[in-house]
Design a protein around this ligand. Structure first.
Ligand code: NAD
Length: 352
């Protein structure tokens, strides 16, 4: 039921299913949107049943990329005016179901591109030069003289061999291209695989197109920047890992299920690749116990976009997207624009 005060509809509610930074909340409050918070004291995500229950009484859901929003959840409220996802990836949401029900879904691209590329690059360097292993060696008091073979790393720049290293980028979108920029100072040769951007890559300077298998055979470093889709699930499995050089390093800051984690563990154990730097996992926050035991990995807890400035901006964008959805308008970053044309959506507009 509408509650109009001073010409403003006060009845619009946003379910915020994570600990949103203050600036994001301010955007909602200034727009007179009631915030319905749903998370644990440390920002823990709600259980599915709680989410379903809370969703029944709101107009928009502000979710985050690590919160599963499957069909079962979305069906709890087909009258939703939209789902605003905090994050660029939206594989956590059943987009088909949202579109069927006339529920537009938005994301927060661009604001996190540089930050995530920084993290991918940090992971690449840390894995190649065994930075966490060396830190542990130092602080645990093991440094008593020359360090020997165990902390010898891989060159990223031309190094002693004076051979330019090959960086293979899979998924040449915003983050992939931004990672390429970081490689410039290291004089790397860059190859890229992205079936949707083949012509763009072929027309660009400083990068050569490769089919996936060729990229895997040629690269010293393979870095993943594609979204998780039906086509990219286990894009890197046993066959692909076997194609990589035994000296190669795999970096994953995209989504865990893009890599078959079991096959990766086997490849790292038997030495069919040299190392891996991972920010994301197949069943995070759970990590395969075998992966945790390996010494040729660097493992991070999904912190690709985790800087204060970037997270605040992501929250502001997510909040603005939510407000625009509540006004029945089109935000800038809609992942399923077809939803706006559906009769279900047009029917909802009449009630705004
Ligand atoms: P983007 O859409 O700009 O780029 C993705 C690229 O992948 C596109 O160019 C697309 O054509 C390509 N692609 C799609 N299917 C492919 C396939 N089968 N093989 C190869 N390439 C394919 O997205 P972006 O902003 O660069 O973000 C990329 C992904 O990074 C996001 O979808 C998200 O999952 C992930 N991400 C992770 C973190 C983190 O915290 N670790 C942070 C931000 C983004």
């Amino acid at each position: 039921m509408k509650r109009v005060i001073g010409g403003v509809d006060m009845s619009q509610k946003a379910l915020v299913a994570w600990a949103m930074p203050e600036l994001g909340k301010e955007v909602l409050s200034k727009a007179r949107v009631e915030i319905v918070p749903l998370h644990g004291p440390k920002g823990q995500l709600p259980a599915r049943e709680e989410l379903i229950e809370a969703l029944k009484d709101v107009h928009v859901l502000i979710s985050r990329a690590i919160l599963p929003v499957p069909r079962e959840v979305i069906m709890a409220n087909s009258r939703l005016l939209g789902i605003s996802n905090y994050g660029v990836g939206y594989d956590n949401i059943d987009i088909t179901c949202a579109t069927e029900l006339g529920i537009p879904v938005t994301n927060t691209p661009e604001v996190l591109t540089e930050t995530t590329a920084d993290l991918a690059w940090a992971l690449l360097m840390a894995t190649a030069r065994k930075v966490p292993q060396a830190h542990h060696f130092t602080v645990s008091g093991q440094w008593e003289g020359p360090v020997g073979e165990t902390l010898m790393g891989m060159d990223i720049g031309p190094g002693g061999s004076n051979r330019r290293k090959v960086l293979g980028i899979i998924g040449f979108g915003r983050i992939g291209q931004t990672v390429m920029r970081r490689s410039r100072g290291f004089k790397m040769k860059v190859v890229a695989y992205d079936p949707f951007l083949r012509e763009t890559i072929e027309g660009m300077k400083g990068v050569e197109y490769r089919e996936l298998d060729d990229l895997l055979r040629e690269s010293d470093f393979v870095t993943l920047h594609c979204p998780l889709t039906d086509q990219t699930q286990h894009l890197i499995g046993r066959r692909e890992l076997d194609l990589m050089k035994p000296t190669a390093i795999l970096i994953n800051t995209s989504r865990g299920p893009v890599v078959d984690e079991g096959s990766l563990v086997s490849a790292l154990k038997k030495g069919s690749i040299k190392g891996a730097g991972l920010d994301v996992y197949e069943k995070e926050p759970r990590i395969s116990p075998d992966l945790l035991k390996l010494d040729n990995v660097v493992l991070l807890p999904h912190i690709g976009s985790a800087t204060k400035d970037t997270r605040v901006q992501m929250a502001v964008v997510a909040a603005k997207n939510a407000v625009t959805l509540l006004r029945g308008k089109r935000p800038a970053h809609v992942v399923n624009p077809q939803a706006f044309e559906s009769p279900e959506y047009l029917r909802k507009l009449k009630d705004i």
